[in-house]
Design a protein around this ligand. Structure first.
Ligand SMILES: C[S@@+](CC[C@H](N)C(=O)[O-])C[C@H]1O[C@@H](n2cnc3c(N)ncnc32)[C@H](O)[C@@H]1O
Length: 186
């Protein structure tokens, strides 16, 4: 069964009148409001971008693309050619796999498992495409700990690195050291 049809069979038909370009883009009629990916309403992102005015951003942890969209929308105000590199395994974080987590956005159901493998990368791609940003997003589909050398070599001109992958102290410390390597050129 096609992926969209399978989701429909699990989650039902669209409420009358509900239409979304994002759902259309991935051939879903209706999954849940959370999958209609809107930019993240974040004053912190706005402030960061307005101060740094970055041409090149790296994001560790992109999930469904909400913060990446916000970064590009804000950065476009200063530089219409600004770009973001999204580094994510698209396998989820510990909270997504926590059976006691009841949070709607970070819940296990949003991993969209197929044969046990998360499929929410499609949600991310559809969000980027439907907002017209495909040409300005580079995808690095790897653990942040693997990607350091690649990012140092390929993105020496990065202006802003946003860390929002695994939130454990150990992982955040490791991500900060990868970010330092990128910003110092090695
Ligand atoms: C909190 S979500 C990111 C949310 C996103 N920045 C936003 O605001 O919309 C964390 C993301 O980090 C990814 N992730 C977790 N650990 C990772 C790791 N070690 N390397 C790469 N990605 C990771 C998960 O797959 C998930 O998509």
């Amino acid at each position: 069964m096609a992926y969209g049809a399978r989701l429909e069979s699990v989650l039902g038909e669209s409420p009358r009148g509900f239409e979304s370009p994002i759902l259309r883009a991935v051939n879903w009629k209706w999954v849940a409001p959370m999958t209609v990916v809107t930019p993240r309403d974040s004053q912190a992102i706005r402030d960061l971008v307005h101060v740094v005015r970055p041409a090149r951003i790296i994001e560790f942890g992109s999930w469904q693309g909400r913060s990446a969209l916000s970064f590009l929308i804000e950065a476009s105000k200063f530089n219409p050619l600004s770009r973001i590199t999204c580094v994510d395994t698209w396998l989820g974080s510990p909270e997504h796999w926590d059976p006691h987590n009841t949070d709607v956005e970070w819940g296990h159901q949003n991993l969209l498992l197929e044969d046990g493998e998360p499929q929410f990368f499609s949600t991310f791609k559809a969000a980027v495409e439907s907002n017209g940003f495909s040409e300005r997003v580079d995808i690095v589909r790897a653990p942040t700990s693997f990607a350091g050398g690649y990012l140092v070599a390929n993105y020496p001109d990065t202006d802003l690195i946003y860390i929002d992958a695994d939130h454990s102290a150990r992982a955040v410390k490791a991500d900060i050291s990868v970010a330092r390597r990128i910003s110092s050129g090695g």
